[in-house]
Design a protein around this ligand. Structure first.
Ligand code: B12
Ligand code: SF4
Ligand code: SF4
Length: 377
């Protein structure tokens, strides 16, 4: 289930038509008590960004992520398509960063890189549990209120509402950045029928910086026509996160070399962001987000059985790529490593009955045999 929905009857929170500032403060206090570093309130009206969304889809920037198209795409226009009585969006942010070096400092011929957001437990479950707890707290004092919980998979423009709720601005890397904390933050929302006083949107603070755009190894950022000045959007089809997480089947041959060492997702456009400098970005000691598998050994991954894969990654975001998608990625990273010691493992994968895995392993073997130098970055 994408969202949790509940209606409660209680008493305490005001039912007045006018948004209430004291209630907003109380809700944000509850959110902090539930473990969220960031909390803010936005009105549940459509955002300006929702006008841009259809253009993004029309240009094919979503690639094969069909769940972003059609009716579920249209629902992103207005949160009331998810909860008809919605008046407010309670937006929260959860830091997932831990003190471990960035991918830009990672050099190894035997290991691959898992992106930071996937080092811990499945954040969908963790955030939903905490948001349910938050709903319980609010519901205990709210009269006849409706609530709907959203984390990632709901048809809601999460970054746009987080921005409107004052959690941060949408950077040129398209991530939500908080000035105090950085962008290593998961987002979640509670849509509610309560009329809560909204926060002010956070100002745009990228200035003239273009580090993320310059560092992206696949030139995935595109400029878009924003009436308020040039804005940036992501062509997912070029993004390593899309290719290694969302794309089922074959990674186009021309895109395999730029994948470099990335086994699952990519952190480069956040690693280079000055707001994420390691000495300033917030970290968490939350056990749910500690690094379980930041830089796994490639040989070990290539020999995992499906059962072992599920045991090791079943409760982690990595489960999304599924076993065969993950082995496909392992083969690509081995091919990019320039390390001939992977030849036996790749020969085994090339003999696999699964065509996608075997085709990528065969490509990797050809690349190693040709003696290609390991890609930079
Ligand atoms: C699809 C998706 C992806 C796709 C596409 C990403 C993208 N930038 O759109 C892929 C697979 C590539 C991806 C990658 C990642 N994702 Co993702 N993803 C999503 C998802 C499910 C939907 C995002 C979406 O609607 N995209 C559509 C585009 C149009 O939206 P957008 O980029 O926000 O675009 C805005 C700007 O471009 C701006 N804009 C640009 N031009 C213009 C012009 C005009 C006129 C206007 C008005 C506005 C405007 O407005 C747009 C709308 O908000 C959200 C969850 C959710 N339900 O929102 C998570 C989410 C965005 N992902 C998240 C994460 C963590 C990641 C990764 C870091 C994972 C990783 N390490 O690999 C990377 C980051 C890559 C990056 N630089 O964005 C987090 C982001 C947290 C944060 N702090 O921002 C989210 C919010 C999930 C969550 N609940 O925490 N993701
Ligand atoms: S996640 Fe990586 S590939 Fe995707 S836009 Fe950022 S730097 Fe580029
Ligand atoms: S690297 Fe620079 S331009 Fe990119 S998001 Fe960070 S501050 Fe903005």
């Amino acid at each position: 289930m994408d969202c949790d929905f509940r209606q409660v009857n209680g008493s305490g929170f005001r039912r007045s038509a006018a948004p209430n500032a004291a209630d907003s403060e109380q809700v944000k206090q509850f959110a902090r008590e539930s473990g969220f570093e960031l909390a803010g309130i936005a009105s549940a009206e459509p955002t300006l960004e929702s006008l841009f969304y259809p253009q993004w889809i029309a240009r094919g920037y979503h690639g094969k992520m069909r769940y972003l198209e059609g009716r579920r795409g249209e629902m992103r226009r207005d949160p009331r398509s998810l909860l008809p009585s919605a008046r407010s969006v309670i937006a929260v942010g959860q830091v997932y960063n831990s003190p471990h070096p960035y991918s830009t400092a990672f050099e190894s011929e035997t290991r691959g890189w898992i992106s930071r957001y996937a080092w811990g437990k499945d954040y969908h479950r963790t955030l939903k549990t905490r948001l349910r707890e938050l709903v319980e707290k609010i519901a205990a004092t709210a009269a006849d209120a409706d609530f709907k919980i959203c984390v990632d998979t709901s048809p809601l423009l999460e970054r746009a509402y987080a921005h409107r709720a004052g959690l941060g601005w949408i950077g040129k890397n398209t991530c939500l950045i908080n000035e105090r904390i950085g962008s290593w933050v998961f987002l979640g929302e509670i849509l509610t029928s309560l009329g809560l006083a909204p926060d002010d949107p956070a100002p745009f603070r990228c200035g003239s910086c273009t580090r993320c755009i310059d560092a992206c190894p696949t030139d995935a950022f595109v400029e878009s026509e924003d009436p308020g000045g040039p804005s940036h959007a992501l062509d997912s089809t070029r993004c390593i996160a899309y290719q290694t997480i969302e794309l089922r089947g074959e990674i186009p041959e021309a895109d395999r070399e730029p994948v470099g060492k990335h086994l699952f997702g990519c952190d480069i456009c956040q690693d280079v962001c000055p707001w994420n400098r390691s000495e300033r970005a917030a970290t968490t000691v939350d056990p749910a987000f500690q690094p379980d598998h930041a830089e796994p050994d490639l040989d070990e991954l290539a020999s995992l059985t499906e059962r072992q894969f599920n045991e090791r990654f079943g409760n982690s975001p990595i489960a999304r790529s599924r076993y065969r998608g993950f082995l496909r990625n392992v083969a690509v990273v081995m091919g990019n490593s320039g390390n001939k010691r992977f030849t036996p493992a790749l020969e085994r994968l090339a003999a696999w009955p699964d065509e996608v895995v075997s085709a990528h392993a065969a490509w990797a073997l050809r690349r190693l045999t040709a003696g290609a130098a390991p890609p930079a970055g």
